[in-house]
Design a binder for this molecule. Structure first.
Ligand code: ARG
Length: 488
């Protein structure tokens, strides 16, 4: 058996192993010191393996110590713990925080999780007074408060990163506010839009993601500390004080719910999954746009890779991985949904399985958002190719139909039918409708005049789409300004 030192705080890799350096217990030589009184022998090795969470939950160390500090201060203020013991505990906790951050703390799998690793070290540092910290508290409310604090921090970090991504998209949208391209439905060219308008659509999606982040934060911001094991405590604790000290709006209302609830984690992973889908859709568009058939955009060398065999290749690997990693985030959501399904109240050890999906989804999302921001910042649009692509697909057919309605006062359905017939003629002639001779159009509808050609260019088409939220370049510029005001 060996003990291991974890080099970096917050590092999750590497399985912690059981430790023969674990402090001696006053009970049976190998029983767990936290509950040795009830046990005459220690756990089987495989029991220790399946039970221990320290290899990953050490990542909660800062929140665990933050929670313990708030609890200790409250115990002192309520005269539940003496000032002297309380001060020793607070000092010890500070030392432990420094040790973990310096990488000199020895984590032990025999001590199961972050909570017991910290408490055992506290006992080494300050002696028996350490045992007073757990008064009026259980690991059930302790872990609940730790994860809430951790998810809250993650939400705040995610929000800031999403704002940066929005900013990079708004910048590009302004650069390309006038650049016409085909807009698609069914991945069939549909109507001309501008590249800037297309980019701003993602700014809206990310804005909704951020508002979901804010909602989740508001809902989770209640403090479960003081629910104790599940029933509350007979000690005269002050839950309002600990809630306030930890930046929560209020204590949770029901002790049973407090230790059973992981809704906030599910909500966070749901939000993350929707975000991952937005990023994945954008990544897929980037992959399409830089393929040979399109060449709409160039990604920088910094976000592409070459091929080991084909010297000409420049592959959009970052975009492909953003697309691929969406599966991983959604997998994390599914994992936790399945863990929670059918769990009777209150706490069950199953809930220890909440952490790895939370951590993995958080790291994955951070990476995907950063990679997407980088790709957008470096991206250049190939305006000539975007424009050239608008020549095919009869993109201004709707403009023709609208002209028939506006100028000839035809019902839209009739105009649609006439336009369809004109498109058929253009297709047979192998040209765009804007290149079809007037006589050919008049053969379908005699009242069409030369003026029709003014609405058949892609530039006039986008310029005419001035409705609120439409693709007219002036609208796009306004929308970009407005987006800066709303989101940044
Ligand atoms: N490591 C545990 C977890 O993550 C902490 C809570 C343990 N509570 C208990 N009653 N065994 O869920």
């Amino acid at each position: 058996m060996t003990s291991e030192k974890t080099p970096a705080a917050g590092h999750t890799g590497g399985a912690a192993t059981s430790s023969d350096n674990a402090p001696a217990t006053t009970d049976s030589p190998s029983a767990n010191k936290m509950w040795g009184g009830r046990f005459s022998m220690g756990p089987a090795e495989v029991m220790e393996q399946i039970n221990a969470s320290i290899s990953f939950d050490q990542r909660l160390y800062a929140q665990d110590i933050q929670g313990s500090r708030a609890h200790c201060n409250m115990l002192i203020a309520q005269n539940i713990v003496s000032q002297e013991d309380g001060d020793a505990i607070l000092k010890g906790l500070d030392t432990i925080l420094r040790e973990i951050e310096a990488g000199s703390f020895t984590f032990s799998a025999a001590l199961e999780d972050i909570h017991m690793n910290v408490e055992a070290r506290l006992r080494e540092l300050i002696g028996d007074a350490a045992g007073r910290l757990h008064t009026g508290r259980s690991r059930n409310d302790q872990v609940a408060v730790d994860i809430r604090l951790w998810v809250r921090d993650s939400l705040d970090q995610l929000d800031a990163k999403l704002a940066e991504l929005q900013e990079s998209l708004i910048d590009k949208a302004e650069t390309y506010a006038d650049s016409v391209m085909p807009g698609y439905t069914h991945l069939q060219a549909a109507q001309p839009v501008t590249f800037g308008h297309h980019l701003l659509s993602y700014v809206e999606m990310l804005g909704r993601d951020r508002s979901r982040v804010a909602d989740c934060r508001t809902r989770l911001n209640e403090c479960p500390l003081g629910a104790a094991a599940l029933a509350g405590t007979s000690f005269p604790i002050d839950r309002h004080a600990t809630a306030q000290a930890l930046g929560f709006d209020r204590p949770t209302a029901n002790s049973i719910d407090s230790v059973s609830d992981r809704d906030f984690a599910l909500e966070y992973l749901s939000i993350g999954s929707i975000l991952a889908i937005h990023l994945s859709r954008f990544a897929e568009e980037l992959v399409i746009w830089c393929s040979e058939g399109f060449r709409f955009v160039d990604l920088s060398d910094a976000f592409t890779t070459g091929s080991s065999i084909m010297p000409q290749k420049k592959n959009p690997d970052a975009a492909e991985l953003v697309r691929g990693k969406a599966g991983r985030v959604i997998g994390s959501l599914n994992t936790l949904l399945m863990v929670m399904k059918g769990l009777p109240l209150t706490y069950g050890k199953d809930m220890q399985e909440d952490k790895e999906p939370l951590f993995d989804a958080t790291d994955t999302l951070a990476l995907c958002v950063a990679a997407t921001t980088g790709m957008v910042r470096d991206l250049t649009a190939n305006e000539a190719r975007l424009k050239a692509a608008t020549a095919a697909g009869f993109l201004t057919a709707t403009d023709l139909a609208d002209w028939l309605v506006r100028v000839l006062n035809l019902p839209f359905r009739d105009a649609h039918h006439i336009t369809g017939t004109i498109v058929q003629r253009a297709e047979a002639a192998g040209c765009d409708i804007s290149d079809l001779p007037l006589a050919d159009m008049q053969a379908v509808e005699p009242r069409i005049t030369e003026a029709i050609f003014e609405v058949l260019t892609v530039e006039s088409s986008v310029a005419s789409r001035t409705s609120h939220g439409g693709t007219a370049p002036n609208r796009v510029r306004e929308a970009a300004t407005e987006a800066r005001r709303r989101f940044l």
